[in-house]
Design a protein around this ligand. Sequence first.
Ligand code: SF4
Length: 541
Amino acid sequence: MPPSVRRKRGEGQWALGYREPLNKNEETKKNDDGLNVRRRIIDIYSKTGFDSIDPADLRGRFRWYGLYTQRRPGIDGGKTGALPDEELDDRYFMLRIRIDGGQLDTRQLRVIADISNRYGRGTADVTDRQNIQLHWVEIENVPAIWEALEAVGLTTTEACGDTPRVIIGCPLAGIAADEVIDATPQIRDVRDRYIGSPEFSNLPRKFKSAISGCSSQCTVPEINDVAFVGVVNDAGEAGYQLLVGGGLSTNPMFAQSLGVFVRPEQVHEVWKGVTSVFRDYGYRRLRSRARLKFLVKDWGAEKFRQVLEQEYLGYALPDGPEPAAPLPHRDHVGIHRQKDGNYYVGFAPKVGRLNGDLLKVIADLADEYGSGRVRTTAEQKMVILDVPEARTEELAAELARHDLQVRPSVFRRQTMACTGIEYCKLAIVETKQRGMDLIEELEKRLPDFDQPLSININGCPNACARIQVADIGLKGQLVVDESGEQVEGFQIHLGGRVGASFGRKVRGLKTTADGLADYVERVVRKYDEQRAEGESFADWV
Ligand code: SF4
């Protein structure tokens, strides 16, 4: 049936009267609010154990509190999608701790480190949305984990699920010498008002927010569902541009600017308005079309702005300046001056992989050299703030002793990897270890290469590591090797850049996992030989 005919049956938009659940996920959400599972975890499941968990909670509502079942070890990528959930599910959970704006203090970091060591076999990964993820968590320990987190102001509420996920923000908010505006109050305002509120706990799908006044746009606003980007208007007032409808995955789209200027004190109500449009008009019939980007694509920016203003805000927003051209390289690694005269020190664990002991080390160093403020970045990196200039090199040397590089190679600085087959049930291939091995190999083979070059590695066709906007994007899949065997490998995308272009999928361009370093080395050498002065990889390719 052609799409136009199908759509006449409706896309499941609440605002158009489609309140009856049109698929299993919608039914689960209608039967019971995901937020209600918290009480059942505390009162029942943590006492009665894994086998007592209602499947609709286990594989549905648990996500509202950042809990996903892990992949059972030893199941190869060829079985992904072929086995029933019960066979793929391990009895352990991944637990995602949301860190809105990436802002942590050392007390909080030590609590995460303790939880990791006590309940998560020492695991801890920094994600590309500034969260920290632990693994091997058992249901019996979840209430104690929440108690410890909540005692220091942290939460896992709505870290996953069809909810407003973590709000990403510049790790240098309030301290960067060149920032447009400090977005911290707006991030806190939105988080405190709406996260965990039943008003937004049943969205059509996940909803990603970014609020930032960062001059280097490190929060990748173009690929969020809603993004507020710091700007100064013609009257010299600092506020925000508003972008809606960005997202990657199988139909990647960049967010569109609504052309408005949002004053800082309006951010929370405009966020509420945009999220309400998504809740009420978002497509709920098919999960594959339930992200906000599809609605924005169909409506266009003009209609979206009109509905937002007329039906939700009740007033018109003033026109604002248009977004500047996308920036090529966005991170905060290295030693840089803050606006108060101190320095921040950004460092690179490999592909975001840390552990409980390392988190403790980082907390100790942040107390000893800084003021106890630590940040996570949207590039799987971390930053220690408030370091006096005279102590920055000493701190860098201390971090390096733990293999946390302040002046990393370009490969370590710009390579990201998703969770992959080690824990993820959707994965087809291994990613984290492969990412770490690739970095080491490229550092040996190309020690002098120093041009910006991002390499993002995904374990499946989803986009958790943003492959579509990397210079070299690697999508995990099974490929056939020279001897005709099916082995782990990657489909290659080349020349992606956030806000400007999605990487081109070159037909037939695949590599086995074993041949990955050789392939990347070849393409990087060719680029280095052929590039004109200042020519980026995306332009060259
Ligand atoms: Fe899992 Fe795929 Fe996301 Fe990687 S990209 S974490 S394999 S769903």
